[in-house]
Each structure stands twice: as C-alpha cells, then as structure tokens.
Write a protein that binds this ligand. Structure first.
Ligand SMILES: Nc1ncnc2c1ncn2[C@@H]1O[C@H](COP(=O)(O)OP(=O)(O)OP(=O)(O)O)[C@@H](O)[C@H]1O
Length: 683
C-alpha cells in the first residue's frame, strides 16, 4: 500500500486564507501563541492565479508575429528566442546554441526560459517585449529561487544520506532493499539515478537537481515502516509538495531522446529504465497532478508513454495528462493483472518492454470501433468498485445511493431558500477534497472568506472561535488540501466562468467544480421566458464542460416558487426540464414534514443515472461544527424509493410503520470517524 501522508497536493487558495486570520486577531501568525509552526516555509499564496481572460494560442501567435518574434509550433508550447538570455549565455555547457529556448504554454501563455530558468505569466512576457519589464530581462527576478532555509535543510539531509551499498551492515542493506521492493534493482541503477539512503529516517532519498547545473534544488524522502504483514510508505518533499516540481530522472535525459516513459513513482522509473533502457521520468506528485510548469521539459519527445500504476485512478490520470501533452503523441499502459506497476512487474519477472509495446494510443478519433474500446470496457468491468468513483467518508448513505463521486458527471443540487444548501455542499465537497479530489469552488453569493471559514469549521469539526490557539494547526492542514477558489463575486458571464474552469482543469488538474449558484450567471433578464432560455443555455454549457473535461460539476440551482405545503421534487428546480434531463444526479435538501426537531434535514437523491438507485436519508445539523452529521442512534435511515413521486416517509425511518410501500431499507453502518459528538447539545 502506498500512502502519501504529507499531502502530495498543491495548495493554491486563490483567496488568501491568511486574510481571515489577520482580520480576526490582527497579529501576524508567528506572534500568536499556539503550536510551533512547521519547519518548511511555504510559498507565498498568489493573489490570483486564474486570469479572468485566459489567452488563446492564436492570440499568442498573433502577438509574436506582430512583434516580429520568430517561433516554432510545438506539442503544447510555442518556442521562441528568449529575451531573458544574455549573449554570453547563448551557448550552454555542451556548446550547443540555445536559441529558441523560451517555451510559451499554448493554453496559459506562461513562459519558461530553459537557459536562464526565468518564468512568468503571459502579461510578464508582453511587458518584457514592450520594454515595460521590471528587471525581467535579466531573468532572475522571475525565476523562482529556492528558499534559503529549504536549501540548507536539503543539503544537510543530502550530506547525511549515503548510497545504499555503502551501509556498513549487510543485514541493514538487505532489510532496506526488501522494505522498498528493491531486490531486483541493481546498485548501478541506484547510482545512475543518484538515489541515497538516510539511515536515521529509514528513508530513500531522491534528489531534485536544478536543470542545467548540478545544484540541488530539493529532495523527496520515501520512508517505510513495517505495519502488520505489510509496509506503510510515507513521502515527504522539500520544498513542500506545491513547490516540488521535480521530474525525477531529468539529468539522465539527452537532448536527442525522442521518447520517454512517465511513471508516478521514482522506484517505478528505476525499474523501467533498468529493464528497458528507455529514458524514464517520474512525476513529482504521482497521479495527483501534472503541473504545467513541467510541460516544457517534455516538449522534445515525439512519443510519451504513461505507465502510472495498476488502478483505475492511474488510468484516468494518464488520460487527463495525455490531453495536456497532446494525445497524438501519447500512449498509455492499461492497468491489469499482467500489467502491474513497473517495479512490481520487474519483481514478478514480467517483460516490461513487452508491456510497453502493448500501450494503447491516447488519441481517439471522433468515431471508434468496439475493438478500440474493448480493453477499456474490460477495465471497467474488472474494476467495478473504482468505476463507481470516490466514496464519501462522512456520508455513507450517499455512497449507498450514488455509489461514489465520478468524473465527467453533472450533479444538480437544490433546496428551499436558506435551508443550508451552501453549508451542506461545502461539507460534501470538503469530504471529497480531503480524499485528494482536486476541487475548484465558484461561490458567487457568499464571499470566499466566509466560505473558507465554514469549510475550516467543518474540517476542524468545531468552532475555532473558541480555540484560536488551534487555528494555526488546522489552517496548516487545511492549506494542504487541493482546494482552489474562483475569485468571482456577484453576477458573472457564463463564458468567463467556463474559461476559468477550463484553465483550472489544465493548471491544477481539477476534478470537481462546485458552482453556488447558477442564478449568478443568468444576467438581468426580466421576462421569465428569457430567464428560462438563459438557464437552459447555462446548464447545457456546464454539461458540455463536465463531459469534455472529464470533470464533475456540482451545480446549485434555486427551486422555483416554493409551495409551503409540498416537498420539493425534480420538477421544482427552477426553469424548464433541461436541468433535470442534463443532470446525471439530482440532490434535493428537504426541510419540511420529515423534520422532527430544529436543524434536521433530509437529503433526497431523486435522479441517479449511474445505477438508478434513488432514495432519501436524514441529515442532522450540528451548529457548532456546521456539519450535517448522521444521527448515530437511528437504526434505519436510508430509504430507497423508485422515483420522486414516491412519497418519502413522514417520520424518520426505523420506527414501525414508517416505511413507504415502494421502499426498501438499509441498516445503519458503523459510526463514521469524522462524525461529531452529537451527544453534546448543539447551539
Ligand atoms: N439544518 C440547519 N438548521 C439550522 N440552521 C442551518 C441549517 N443548515 C444551515 N443552517 C444555517 O443557516 C444559514 C443559511 O445556510 P446556507 O447559506 O447554507 O443556506 P442556503 O440554502 O445556501 O441559502 P440560500 O438559499 O440563501 O442560498 C447559515 O447560517 C447556516 O449555518
């Protein structure tokens, strides 16, 4: 089992969470009593990383032509002469002229100069071309120098680490090899990749060398601890995961290499390179993301093969990453029994070259035959659990009905005004995000500060107002979630919102977008017919985005005029039937009739395209943690009902006679570890 304990996820909260803190206490974090700060310094949080109007590839080309800058069209980038290189730098160490060393990402416009390592936004580049640059011509202002504090620590660890074969005790060598599954990886391979071992931490150490020089920029430590019969692995990076952009293996790549295999773990790269002799690179954060900052380093390859792992998540990640690199040059190793991850394949004596030869092209034309699909269908059939998606840890009943949270689906969520839609959806998304689902929030109604505050309270499972000494500890953990916020507030055009979402999918590998709520994209149409047409158009746009980007969209929609005596139904969603037709899932927060006490709500799943199970289960609001916990004592909660005309029970289930005719019941599961202590009265 491979576990990433220290996150492995990027952090970019587009609104600085720190703002909440400074506002409340008026003191810098380091002056406030509390738990000690962690050692590794973080990157400063960017004010706004998702540009309001992302640039297009044709605009970039037009601009370059307009300014007489020659360029070459590459797979994902345009290459141009770098304005950030002095004439003395024009020849690199090997004497090769480094013209056209500027790589401009065709999707975002961000640039990287491979010679000076200067990097920046499209606006920075334009400013520099137009002579408005602020020192950018020298490059160094834009290139991100590693934090001095990190570098010291990196050097200290590196100096203490030694090659595995230099360990004094042969038994220790054997134990380390066994723990990391390295019995078939030779010393020569470890030497080539400069892998060391840190005895005090019982960890392998993978270096991150600065491109073009031998300077150390960072490290990844892979620790192993025996746990029962298995081994528990822990990864730690310096700098922290969000700034750890190491393509492990890069120093071994020659300019003439035209193909490469990408893996999700350093050890897989070692195994593959050793047994196939092919150039291999390991992604810094495995299947979690492929940061665009790495894309220029992959431009030289005419063929990119992904062999990320042996589960469906790896397969899906490979498909997403291939889109960024241009699917026409990518092929993917499909997970399967006879195609485990590379290190395991080596240990099992499988032929890794043969497995690579069976890699499937990532490029699909608009029409495919079943022959091209059969392997994928088989993959789905043999991985039913994984196909069902990520399961909620706080909402087991939702798992029983929806089975999980899947990519590429559209969920419509509605409920009466003020019933707690935002509060619920915040916890529902937080639950997934805590499990590594990269999430982007579009909160148009309430400010990001308020939303982050609600989420942090839900994350900490209690009021932080009363325990400010714990704030730093929780905020640190919260920061490591793969969570991003759009900085929009109030009315926005759907085009701008979709552009931003597309950009975020590319840059942060977003898998879940929450839009709260659709009414904020409807403009100011007065006539109801205009409003309905506008809503249909918006729902269609989100549907298309979800499918095309393989990203889940959860869309909050207000109900039409509410009738006090009736519960909401699918037909109560504002507008025409378009929203309910396009949605894969419809969730309704019900707060009438079934309510037996303050704070209680029911969640109704009234459409489930994945497998058809619909039903209703109770939620209990805990005002101090702002969470919708599961009533722990109720023996029977979930009711499956056939459609939303089938009335839900008037009383909570579990009591005799409460089961409606067309329902079946499921019994209560073991308590959820996240569940708050509901024995305390909520305020
Ligand atoms: N079940 C509940 N019982 C009591 N209060 C709740 C419950 N759920 C949420 N609240 C509180 O009610 C307030 C409104 O909640 P929220 O903003 O989530 O509702 P909403 O349905 O999104 O509102 P709107 O219709 O305006 O978008 C918040 O202060 C929240 O803490």
């Amino acid at each position: 089992m491979w576990v990433l304990l220290r996150g492995g996820y990027p952090l970019r909260i587009l609104l600085p969470l720190r703002g909440v803190w400074m506002g409340q206490r008026g003191l810098p974090r380091n002056l406030v009593p509390g738990p000690p700060r962690r050692r590794y310094r973080k990157e400063a949080l960017p004010a706004l990383e998702v540009p309001l109007l992302p640039v297009t590839a044709s605009e970039i080309r037009q601009y370059l032509r307009g300014h007489g800058i020659p360029f070459q069209d590459g797979h994902s980038c345009l290459r141009a002469p770098s304005p950030f290189v002095g004439s003395s730098q024009l020849k690199d160490q090997t004497g090769v002229t480094t013209s056209f060393s500027l790589f401009i990402d065709k999707t975002t416009g961000r640039f990287l100069c491979m010679t000076s390592l200067a990097e920046g936004s499209w606006e920075d580049f334009q400013a520099s071309v137009e002579g408005r640059g602020d020192g950018t011509r020298e490059g160094f202002l834009l290139s991100k120098a590693p934090e001095a504090e990190d570098i010291e620590e990196v050097q200290r660890i590196w100096d203490r680490a030694i090659p595995l074969w230099e360990l004094p005790d042969p038994e220790e060598v054997q134990l380390a090899r066994t723990m990391f599954g390295l019995n078939k990886v030779t010393d020569d391979t470890l030497r080539r990749f400069s892998v060391r071992y840190l005895r005090s931490a019982r960890s392998l150490v993978f270096p991150w060398f600065s491109p073009g020089s031998l300077g150390l920029r960072g490290l990844k430590l892979l620790g192993a601890e025996g746990q029962g019969d298995g081994v528990h692995y822990v990864e730690t990076t310096i700098p922290r995961p969000g700034a750890y952009h190491n393509l492990f293996g890069l120093p071994l790549i020659s300019r003439r290499d035209v193909e490469v295999v990408l893996t999700s773990r350093e050890l897989d790269s070692l195994a593959l390179n050793q047994s196939t002799g092919l150039p291999t690179l390991a992604l810094p954060r495995g299947t979690a993301c492929l940061p665009p900052a790495l894309i220029p380093y992959l431009e030289q390859f005419r063929r990119v093969m992904f062999w990320l792992g042996d589960d469906l998540r790896s397969w899906e990640a490979a498909k997403l990453f291939a889109r960024k690199l241009n699917p026409k040059r990518c092929s993917l190793v499909r997970p399967g029994d006879q195609q485990p991850c590379p290190l395991e394949a080596l240990n099992r004596g499988l032929n890794l070259s043969r497995i690579l030869r069976s890699a499937l092209p990532a490029w699909h034309k608009s029409i495919v035959s079943f022959r091209q699909l059969r392997e994928e269908v088989l993959g789905e059939l043999s991985n039913v659990e994984q196909v069902a998606g990520v399961r909620w840890s706080r909402f087991p009943d939702l798992n029983r009905l929806l089975k999980g949270h899947r990519k590429g689906e559209l969920t419509v969520f509605t409920g009466p005004t003020g019933s707690g839609k935002t509060t619920f959806i915040s916890e529902y998304a937080l639950d997934l995000c805590s499990q590594g689902v990269n999430t982007l929030w579009g909160s148009f109604e309430i400010s990001n500060v308020r939303l982050a505050r609600v989420m942090l309270t839900q994350f900490a499972m209690g009021r932080l107002e009363e325990q400010l000494d714990k704030y730093d500890e929780w905020a640190d953990r919260f920061e490591d979630l793969p969570l991003y916020f759009m900085t929009f507030h109030g009315q926005q055009s759907i085009r701008t919102v979709i552009d931003t979402m597309q950009h975020a999918v590319y840059v942060y590998d977003i898998c879940h977008v929450v839009i709260d709520n659709l009414q904020f994209m409807m403009g100011h149409e007065q006539l109801s017919t205009d409003r309905i047409a506008a809503q249909d158009y918006i729902v269609g746009a989100f549907r298309k985005f979800a499918t095309d980007s393989s990203c889940h969209v959860t869309l909050v929609i207000h109900p039409r005029k509410e009738d006090d005596d009736k519960e909401l139904q699918t037909a109560s969603i504002f507008g025409s039937a378009k929203a309910s037709q396009e949605a894969d899932n419809i969730l309704i927060l019900q707060d009438r009739k079934l309510v037996t006490g303050p704070g209680k709500r029911y969640l109704q799943v009234s459409k489930n395209r994945f497998d058809g199970d619909v039903g209703v289960f109770p939620l209990e609001f805990n005002k101090s943690s702002l969470t919708f916990s599961i009533p722990p004592k109720s023996k029977t909660r979930l009711k499956k009902i056939k459609d939303d005309n089938g009335l839900v029970a008037k009383k909570p289930s579990g009591k005799k006679g409460a089961t409606p005719q067309n329902s079946e019941t499921c019994s209560h599961q073991a308590p959820n570890p996240y569940q708050p202590d509901t024995s305390k009265p909520s305020r």
